[in-house]
Design a protein. Sequence first.
Length: 125
Amino acid sequence: MNPAVFAALSVAGGLGAVLRFVIDGFVRARWPSGFPVGTAVINVSGSFILGLLTGLGLRMALGHNWVLVLGTGAMGGYTTFSTASMETVRLAQERRYVLAVVNGLGILAATMFAAWLGLHLGRGG
């Protein structure tokens, strides 16, 4: 990896994290809830975008370095598996078991579908 790509990947990761912070705050302010809606929105949309970028890369519509910078960097900084995991644990500790299962398994299913859809569309399907 050349230094310019490394620098771009680093900046993109930081920008993705800032975008996550802004969107999570926006969603929480608009839809206050005991359910972590902001994290769900972030992870589902990030999975879709990563799938789309991957699909575009596979059909050579987007160069490898762009997929690396936008996918690994920006979407890596934007999405947050660790926060989703901790929110699921918190829901279970609060004895909100149904919400914990929905958050843990439901969001996993939603992110997998979003990634598949993005990949499908990115490949021209």
